[in-house]
Design a protein around this ligand. Structure first.
Ligand code: UD1
Ligand code: CA
Length: 475
């Protein structure tokens, strides 16, 4: 079944959001509201897709260029209502076949429901079909007025509704399928004699009906799909509903989610079977988690690739690659460009960025590894710092295979530590260390014997020193 045109209305000011960001660019589950609507339409394969833009036009168009470059935009300079926006979208369109119109602020809609609406529309030979739902709290939505025979007579907006009409729980989702030719004939007849002084697209239903058109109202079971986001309360509602929907889909596909109420997975992420997500975990962006990985508790991953069997505890990672059976955390911060090989470890209080850790290498404790390439089987001792910044520029450090970096080493970049080399604990390494050498970069220790008794008499330290068995040694 072919669909000729899809029009998404996204020019409104979104006043109730109270935001500098255009409403349709606010996001839930890692995707903009408009992006969700576009994703739902994608499966319908329309011949053309138009988005009406207005408020925040530049930002919306830039976003569209990124996520849906084939979409054409229509500019609505002044907000004249949904009917006015639809008029503009149709202005230079040769009407043919079926046109689907929907709003950019209904992110919960699924492609299946849209397909269902279109199927009924075509099968019944309708002039217009409206997607509706029964809301437990219909406040704010246009209400569906049905005649005695149950057919759709008109849609009345909340602001124009009387008490009787306000009590109706069946609402307009803002999604309509139209016979394009009939719509083009009726859209010019809209009038703005209503509470908001706008042209309402909803009024076209009554116009078409009065012209003898056949109108359908298709009520879907799951009202949450038709949730419109007009303010931040509804934004959070939609976010929670989408979280539940995503988590349910993941669990049904074989992912263990210990606490679905505190686990948030972006719709763009891919989670394999037998992954375990522990409480408080957020998987954002286009992350990919392979089978057997255990993420959490309380881990935050954005645009990361995690290989099978890896574990990421209590950690934060962005644009990082975590290898097979790697172990990350707790309290690890992996910044963009971190690439951990198989069987590696980035342990507690370790920060890494733009750094590659070869297979089997470990950074177990309290270290900063920035701008580095580390070979295989090497160990970076506790509290080692890769000193990558000279105050002006960043420099690179190369560490070979099977290297042992002593605890509290400072590797001052640019510097290279050869294969199999060691550095002494506490060294400041400013020169390259050849393969197999021990780099020592620290002052030789001396003990000033008796210093405490002479300089700190009467203290607990002096007392302890005096009663120690070996204080009489000379140095
Ligand atoms: C609209 C419907 C209402 C329905 C609800 C569903 C009308 C008159 N009312 O109300 O029956 O229950 O959606 O969510 O259609 N827009 C433009 N240009 C404009 C005005 C709006 O492009 O001049 C766009 C907005 O960006 C938005 C969509 O149209 O994406 C709907 O507008 P909005 O103001 O949110 O309408 P509602 O009051 O929610
Ligand atoms: Ca709305």
């Amino acid at each position: 079944m072919s669909l000729d045109t899809v029009v998404i209305l996204a020019a409104g000011e979104g006043t109730r959001m109270k935001s500098q960001t255009p409403k349709v660019l606010h996001s839930i589950a890692g995707r903009s509201l408009l992006g969700h609507v576009l994703a739902a339409c994608e499966t319908l394969n329309p011949q053309q897709l138009r988005v009406v833009v207005g408020s925040g036009r530049e930002k919306v168009e830039a976003h569209l260029k990124e996520i849906a470059p084939k979409v054409t935009t229509v500019f609505q300079e002044h907000r004249g209502g949904t009917g006015h926006a639809a008029q503009l979208a149709l202005a230079d369109l040769t009407p043919q076949g079926t046109i689907l119109i929907l709003a950019g602020d209904t992110p919960m809609l699924t492609g299946e429901s849209l397909a269902q609406l279109l199927e009924g529309h075509h099968a019944g030979g309708f002039t217009a079909s409206v997607l509706t739902a029964e809301h437990p709290d219909p406040t704010g939505y246009g209400r569906i007025i049905r005649g005695d025979d149950g057919s759709l007579v008109r849609i009345v907006e909340e602001k124009d509704a009387d008490e009787f009409e306000k009590a109706i729980e069946e609402v307009n989702s803002g999604v309509y399928a139209f016979d394009a030719v009939k719509l083009a004939g009726a859209i010019g007849k809209l009038r703005n004699d209503n509470a908001q002084g706008e042209l309402y697209l909803t009024d076209v239903i009554e116009i078409l009906r009065n012209d003898g058109g056949k109108i359908a109202a298709v009520c879907i079971d799951d009202f949450t799909e038709t949730l419109g986001v007009n303010d931040r309360v509804q934004l959070a509602e939609a976010e929670a509903l989408l979280r539940d929907r995503t988590n349910e889909k993941l669990m049904r596909s074989g992912v263990t989610i210990v606490d679905p109420t505190t686990t948030w997975v972006s719709v763009e992420a891919t989670i394999a079977q037998d992954v375990t997500l522990l409480p408080g975990t957020v998987i954002g962006g286009k992350s990919t988690i392979a089978t057997g990985a255990v993420i959490g508790p309380r881990s935050y991953l954005v645009d990361c690739t995690v290989a099978s069997g890896a574990e990421v505890k209590e950690s934060h990672a962005t644009s990082a690659v975590i290898g097979e059976n790697a172990s990350v955390g707790p309290f690890t911060y992996l910044r963009p460009g971190t690439n951990l090989g198989a069987n590696t470890r980035a342990g507690a209080f370790v920060e890494m960025k733009n750094a590659t850790l070869g297979d089997g290498s470990k950074v177990p404790h309290l270290s900063y590894v920035g701008d580095a390439t580390i070979g295989e089987g090497s160990n970076i001792g506790a509290a080692t710092i890769f000193v990558n910044y000279d105050g002006v520029e960043k420099h690179h450090t190369t560490v070979g295979d099977h290297v042992r970096i002593g605890s509290d080493s400072m590797l001052v970049a640019p510097v290279t530590i050869g294969d199999g080399a060691y550095t002494a604990a506490g060294s400041v390494i400013t020169e390259d260390v050849p393969a197999g050498a021990m780099g020592v970069g620290r002052a030789k220790q001396r003990n000033v014997i008796g210093w405490v008794l002479r300089k700190r008499p009467g203290t607990k330290s002096a007392e302890a020193a005096a009663s120690a068995p070996s204080t009489d040694q000379e140095g």
